[in-house]
Design a protein around this ligand. Structure first.
Ligand code: MLT
Length: 219
């Protein structure tokens, strides 16, 4: 493996953009795929291709193990996060993405995070603590990861939250609190409430794709 790629520090996959889709707006984007607890770098590859045809995909594996299951940061119990670890891991992930953009040659202005559950939570944490490394985010089943000491300016960010009305892990109020926090920081937000639990539905994947096509800038 190339030394520069090894030095990026995360086990990951990078799939370059597909030049056969030159007319797709998303073929100029890079998608950062962030899996849920127990997932890995392979999990969301097909989701990334589905939502953003032709886009490059960058898919790291979370470095924290909980009973052998990969995650992006430590938690003390379900929904109770180890905030110091979350801050550390958020910065570590942001540094990885910034370095990866140099090694693989992609534009951070066109980086779209797509996160599910624990992956959505670290993406939300990235928006709140290190907003420069993300321009767009699709957050499936996120919760409030932390309240930052200083609210960032998210004026140029486009964020879609996709939530389950009957999610046993993420209470609806938590989703609303996150939405309000992101709005207060100035982000362009959209929310899609699904008549479902923590699992994803085909309908919301289609909605996420439509949303991305409507917000991402043509090159
Ligand atoms: C988390 O720990 O990030 C959330 O509880 C979601 C999960 O991974 O179950």
């Amino acid at each position: 493996m190339d030394k520069k790629i090894r030095q990026l520090g995360f086990i990951h996959r990078f799939i370059p953009s597909d030049r056969k889709e030159p007319k797709s707006r998303t073929s100029f984007a890079t998608i950062l795929l962030l899996h849920g607890t127990g997932g890995n770098e392979e999990d969301l590859i097909s989701l990334g291709h589905e939502i953003a045809p032709g886009a490059a995909l960058l898919s790291p594996r979370g470095k924290v193990l909980e009973n052998g299951l990969p995650r992006f940061f430590r938690r003390l119990s379900e929904g109770v996060f180890d905030i110091e670890d979350l801050k550390f891991r958020t910065n570590e992930l942001a540094d990885f993405v910034e370095e990866a953009s140099k090694v693989y040659g992609f534009d951070l202005q066109r980086l779209v995070a797509i996160g599910y559950s624990n992956g959505a939570n670290i993406a939300a944490s990235g928006l709140l603590l290190r907003p420069d490394f993300l321009s767009y985010a699709i957050l499936f089943r996120p919760m409030v990861p932390l309240i930052p000491e200083v609210l960032p300016n998210l004026g140029a960010k486009h964020i879609l939250i996709s939530a389950g009305l009957h999610d046993p892990i993420v209470p609806s109020q938590d989703t609303k609190n996150l939405l309000n926090l992101l709005k207060k920081a100035g982000a362009e937000t959209s929310i899609n409430w699904q008549n479902s639990g923590h699992e994803l539905s085909l309908e919301e994947i289609k909605k996420a794709k439509d949303w991305l096509f409507s917000v991402i800038l043509p090159k």
